[in-house]
Write a protein that binds this ligand. Structure first.
Ligand SMILES: NC(=O)c1ccc[n+]([C@@H]2O[C@H](COP(=O)([O-])OP(=O)(O)OC[C@H]3O[C@@H](n4cnc5c(N)ncnc54)[C@H](O)[C@@H]3O)[C@@H](O)[C@H]2O)c1
Length: 290
């Protein structure tokens, strides 16, 4: 199995900064490539803030924070990724932009490098083909917030080699996560089950079968979920869920589970995106439901 020591992360937004942090804190040397200088500063600031908080709470000693910070360097050219064992892509969720990046990564990295995508909704196989060496491409789907969430879905695309899959699982485990292996199908394991559940909660509300409060209370107390589906939709962002379900509906128009509910479309069109805009299924004040 290939051993991963040198890591590259492309995109230093919400997810890329989290992946950079957990990779560096677990002893990897990380080069971060970000297209936007302000986003890079913000991402690096988020990493520093998060590591400082872990030291304050005595979750990690100060020298682990210092070592992690000194293991991270930033770059503005893809050439800086030439010697990486693994490159994780965490850029904007746009398939054409991602395929373009994978084509460039395929040319800029060494032949045995593993290329991974953190995409939530696109087929890994399409990026793999764009790279020119599909057997070295895998999905590494971290969850938000990366520092806290224990799961990584390791996605086996049609041509991913067993060696690459094993190395990617090992990398996730060394980052302190629990890897599960998923097929390259819409939503992998978690979102494939979660998103149809969320949209069915909207359909139940549309059919007038229960109030939003009762749907949420039902799933919290009946299933032990920390929050109900309509609260979770507000939390995730209604635009994010609509984006995912619309993409699946385009790919699989005959699957009734993937039909976007009208209320979801209407709320997004009205700018009611959930917590981040102060209104979705509920009214929000910052992180709190009013
Ligand atoms: N946000 C989530 O909850 C979540 C969870 C799991 C997976 N994901 C996936 O992770 C990826 C990133 O999501 P995010 O929420 O971190 O987005 P984000 O907008 O916070 O960050 C994306 C970053 O990529 C940068 N970027 C865009 N194009 C680039 C390029 N060509 N080269 C270098 N940098 C580039 C942007 O400047 C931005 O800073 C997406 O594929 C998303 O589906 C997101």
């Amino acid at each position: 199995m290939s051993e991963i020591r040198k890591v590259g992360v492309v995109g230093c937004g919400l997810m890329g900064s989290g992946i950079t942090q957990v990779a560096a804190a677990s002893g990897h040397e990380v080069v971060v490539l970000e297209a936007d200088a302000a986003a890079l500063e913000k991402g690096l600031g988020r990493i520093r803030g998060s590591l400082d908080k872990l030291v304050e709470k005595e979750k990690i000693p100060a020298d682990v924070r210092d070592r992690a910070l000194s293991a991270i360097t930033s770059a503005d050219s893809i050439d800086a990724l030439a010697d990486r064992d693994l490159v994780v892509e965490a850029i904007v969720e746009d398939l054409d932009v991602k395929k373009d990046l994978f084509a460039k990564l395929g040319a800029a990295t060494k032949a045995e490098a593993i290329l991974a995508s953190n995409t939530s909704s696109f087929p890994i196989g399409e990026m793999a083909e764009a790279s020119g060496r599909p057997e070295r491409v895998v999905g590494l789907h971290f969850f938000n917030p990366v520092q806290l969430m224990k799961l990584v879905e390791v996605v086996k695309a049609p041509k991913t080699s067993d060696d690459v899959l094993a190395a990617a699982r090992d990398f996730a485990a060394r980052c302190g996560k629990t890897p599960i292996t998923a097929s390259d199908t819409p939503g992998f394991v978690v979102n494939r089950l979660l998103v149809p559940y969320l949209v069915e909660a909207i359909r139940m509300l549309e059919r007038g079968e229960a109030t939003k409060e009762d749907i949420d209370t039902g799933m919290m107390l009946g299933c032990g979920h920390p929050m109900g589906p309509l609260t979770l939709l507000d939390y995730v962002g209604l635009d994010t869920t609509l984006f995912i379900i619309e993409g699946w509906h385009r790919r699989f128009p005959d699957d009734p589970l993937f039909v976007p509910p009208r209320t979801l479309r209407d709320k997004v069109a009205a700018g009611e995106l959930g917590r981040k805009t102060g209104r979705g299924f509920y009214a929000w004040e910052g992180d709190k439901k009013k």
